[in-house]
Design a protein around this ligand. Structure first.
Ligand code: HEM
Length: 130
């Protein structure tokens, strides 16, 4: 039996995922702690919102929507134009943890999903630490 957690099912599928991504960008757009990563994004966050939703759908074990529409994500390569250091990683995770809380994930789900996303966010880092 697989020990992989299907986060897509655990959080309640497409609707919860869309609420999570919406909340994530609302927080990024309004939270002073996230100004560093907000500034890396376009003024209009709707494309980033769409792409993160499509990507997370497949990454969480649901439909592979990003791949169907855009092909292989090449996520790390796509983030290379942005200087992602520990602070940027932590700002991203901060927005995500708050979003998970706000959409009402329970504590165990938040910890498991938060841990797994932390690994992805840390993998995006492309700046040496001082
Ligand atoms: C570690 C901190 C991170 C920073 C600072 C960051 C920043 C960015 C920025 C600036 C963009 C371009 C958005 C735009 O065009 O306005 C982007 C795109 C994207 N990010 Fe991140 N990101 C981070 C982590 C992550 C993580 C952990 C994931 C997935 C779990 C992710 C998924 C995506 C996706 C799917 C796109 C769209 C790629 C495309 O098709 O162009 N990012 N990110």
């Amino acid at each position: 039996m697989s020990e992989e957690v299907n986060f897509y099912q655990v959080i309640g599928g497409e609707q919860t995922l869309q609420r999570l991504v919406n909340r994530f960008y609302e927080i990024m757009d309004s939270e002073p702690k996230a100004v560093g990563i907000r500034a890396m994004h376009q003024a209009d966050l709707s494309e980033a919102n769409e792409k993160l939703f499509l990507f997370l759908s497949g990454w969480m074990g649901g439909p592979q929507l990003y791949i169907e529409k855009y092909g292989h994500p090449m996520l790390r390569a796509r983030h290379l134009p942005f200087a992602i250091d520990e602070s940027a990683r932590d700002q991203w995770i901060y927005c995500m943890v708050r979003a998970m809380h706000d959409v009402g994930l329970d504590e165990k789900e938040m910890l498991q999903l938060g841990n797994a996303l932390w690994d992805v966010a840390d993998f995006m880092r492309n700046q040496p630490e001082i």
